[in-house]
Design a protein around this ligand. Sequence first.
Ligand code: PAZ
Length: 363
Amino acid sequence: MTDSSTSESHYFSSNPPPATLPQHTAQANAFVTHHHAHSRRVVLLTSGGTTVPLENQTVRFIDNFSAGTRGATSAEYFLSQGYAVIFLHRQFSLLPFSRHYSHSTNCFLDFLSEWGRIGEGEEGEDGGAATPDVVVKAKYRREMLSVLRKYRKAKEQRLLLLLPFTTVTSYLFTLRAIACEMRCLGNEALFYLAAAVSDFFVPPDRMAEHKIQSGDVPETTSSAIPGGGGGGKKLVVDLDPVPKFLKRLVEQWAPEAMIVSFKAGAPFSLYTMLFTLETDSSILLKKCNQSLDRYAHHLVIGNILATRKYEVLFVEEGSAQWVRLPTSDGNSGGSEEVEIESLIVPEVIKRHEKMLLGGAAAH
Ligand code: PAZ
């Protein structure tokens, strides 16, 4: 066994599987079997950030940044292109369709009014005597009807399977199980890994059972706060690296599938850029190429957090290409109405189709 497969086996044998695993695996199995029988392509789409609990009875945890916008939005575009979608997402992050009305600055009740009431303070047709109906306000109706129709089609044709995760461990156990269920699809299966997954975790043998009490934290001689604020106490968290599962996914769990990963870059400081002469874009390209070299999958989509809604970088073996939203003046840089996922998803599908025409995936 190689070092990485030893650490993977150790990870799965030393961490408890999530209680939901048998149920989620059975749901994935039924979903894949159904769509395989209908010769429909299936995409496993991951979305949202994983957590790393600091205690078994978790009160505190480390989180990974992601609202789930990329994943939830992409899911809708895959559905519109005829794919069946397994949406493996962080619990309570954005979901396809409902994302239009949740987590927004509006409360969903702002989309509604009482029947017959055009504006605040006006009475309904019955003069307020009978219980009025609740209806969608006229200005939202057209768009909501369109979202509702797509949502109902996805539901009626069983095209969307929602499976939630919270911790990095539950994410990895579920990803592995679903990947194995999808093997029967061969290269018709697509993995679109947009979730932000922790690179570090607390192994079970070092995990506190209950909430870490500030009284239990040892005194230290040094303090980050001048004057020793906090009495010299420091909570030092000792994390181990999470084994590199993308390699396992590519080589063993889904060897025939097309695999697309995302790579997030944060803007670098002016200081770093001046001294390395590297730009955000060149650093992002380097990170994407490193990922491709290391895992030998098909496509890495790089994005910088500050500009991820307007531009992404497609990196494949031997090529790199920016995909950008045009502005109303014809330059790139973003537009309010067009979602960048409406450009990303067709580009990914184009590559999936090319791979299907060319036969099995070559890693
Ligand atoms: O969910 P969101 O739209 O807020 O963010 C999306 C994203 C930046 C997490 C995603 O596009 C991404 O880059 N995921 C991979 C992150 C990483 O592990 O590098």
